[in-house]
Design a protein around this ligand. Sequence first.
Ligand code: AMP
Length: 282
Amino acid sequence: MQVVTEPKHVQGTIRSLPGRASTVGFVPTMGALHTGHVSLMQAARKECDFTVASIFVNPTQFGPGEDFDRYPRNLDEDLQRCREAGVDMVFAPQTSHMYPPDAESVVRVMRMTEGLEGKIRAGHFDGVTTVVAKLLNIVTPDRAYFGRKDYQQLMVVRKMVRDLNWPVEIVACPIIREADGLAMSSRNRYLSAEDRERSLILHRTLMRAEQMAAESSARPSEVAAEMVRMIGAAEGVELDYAVVVDPDSLESLPDDAKNAVALVAARLGSTRLIDNHILRFR
Ligand code: AMP
């Protein structure tokens, strides 16, 4: 497995791969790798000839007062995980490689980044789309793999790639969960034992939403209200949002909609968790 820190060296290796037969798969991450990240790497390996993962805690997607400084970093462990997952190349740049001090360009997806995470984390998606744009240009993959765990991010990246005619396929991968339902996240390790127990309300709420959508005559607005009620009633859990929206546009839904996504975000102590689930209404 090659470990590369400078963008120009990534391009050198990718360009020297044997001709048109080589399909390049790419998995962007911020490290602190867990089974969710590994599942993306495995999907890329299965479908592509050459798999590249990036490990970069991107400063521009963290707002002031967010957890950039304390975000978990352990490159040696992460490289071992990548090796075990069969990754061919890891790109692990320094911040100075990615953002020269005179950089002044930003990629922005407009409407879709205004709500939900974008509303609470001002500037977050500009950081995400700009770094993903840069990484796609450095790696030039045929396919890039993203988890449904960060559902709005996945949709925003899809929109960017479509709007800008990027010749890359964005592949959406399922959410990997702990045995008790908590969606795996690098941030779960911040949770105290008590908050870890309390965090289960997110998954329980999404399961209740699924049940209401599939088994009752409940409409999207009623399901959303029940989600707000359930998380609102949970002790030690501060709700940011619980919504049921269109799975493609993330806009609000008419009452006769069949397909939807339920999205939740909440804070437990100083840790912020997000989760989601696709719903199909009767
Ligand atoms: P991050 O390192 O948190 O920026 O995540 C890198 C990629 O891994 C993103 O595409 C995430 O959506 C994906 N990811 C994170 N957690 C999970 C999970 N539990 N299941 C599936 N994908 C995940």
